[in-house]
Design a protein around this ligand. Sequence first.
Ligand SMILES: NC(=O)c1ccc[n+]([C@@H]2O[C@H](COP(=O)([O-])OP(=O)(O)OC[C@H]3O[C@@H](n4cnc5c(N)ncnc54)[C@H](OP(=O)(O)O)[C@@H]3O)[C@@H](O)[C@H]2O)c1
Length: 266
Amino acid sequence: MSNSSRTAVVTGASSGIGAVYADRLAARGYDLILVARRADRLHALADKLSASHGIKTRVLVADLAKETDLADVEAVIRRDASVRVLVNNAGVARFSPFAASSVEDNASQIALNITALTRLAHAVLPGLVARNDGAIINVASVLAVHALPISSVYSATKAYVLQFSRGLQQELASTGVKVQAVLPAATATEIWSEEISGVPLSALEPSRVMSAEDLVDAALAGFDEGETVTWPSVGDEGLWTTFDAARAAIFAATQTGTPAARYTKA
Ligand SMILES: NC(=O)c1ccc[n+]([C@@H]2O[C@H](COP(=O)([O-])OP(=O)(O)OC[C@H]3O[C@@H](n4cnc5c(N)ncnc54)[C@H](OP(=O)(O)O)[C@@H]3O)[C@@H](O)[C@H]2O)c1
């Protein structure tokens, strides 16, 4: 991924992981389209990165959980032939026991983490395939494979991101378009606040929390290595191989057409 006059779209670029992706992709020479709701943050970052890296930047102020804003962003990235990378990073966590959660919080997590991510990938993909070049980086979470009593909806949205990415990887295997799923563990960003997730950063064990800079640098190192599923904080890469082999084995074992003997005892 070292290109000049090519554009990367980063959603959720106004803070945290997305802001670091924007910085790192600018350093690799990409022009940027930065998307989020907070215009002041996006413009400050855009000005800084265009000054420091000599790239072109565009800001799209959009609430991706709102139909009209999402449609506007889709239209821009669908018709921009310079787009080579989409970092589908914007996401929200609302941690709460499901029965105590609000309808709005559940809907907003699904709208942003699933619907917006899917629609933006769909908007950008035909152009990438036509040019046989480019990448979609989907930011999932380690909670894609793990549910907590307060994360039923969030974990489910991230499981979607992982499976969506894996399906796309198979569809695009014979093209020059790459899809990477990134699964961060706890990362020091604003998501850890009373206002967003409901859990402040101070509630986390500091030794288990990665910086956003380390997270993005590790994820991009994985991308450069051609990884399709990247676990930035996992030292033993064999764990994922074993996990995925078990997943494939249980799927293969479902293909029998008959109930298992334990369910047919008289
Ligand atoms: N931090 C972690 O521990 C962690 C772990 C695993 C996965 N992740 C994932 O990493 C991604 C980035 O999160 P982060 O940790 O960097 O959190 P963050 O600092 O809160 O960043 C979230 C970004 O998403 C944007 N956003 C939120 N709601 C939006 C909406 N309705 N429309 C458009 N943009 C919206 C925010 O910008 P505005 O508020 O300006 O709109 C912000 O730029 C998320 O997908 C998250 O699920 C994070």
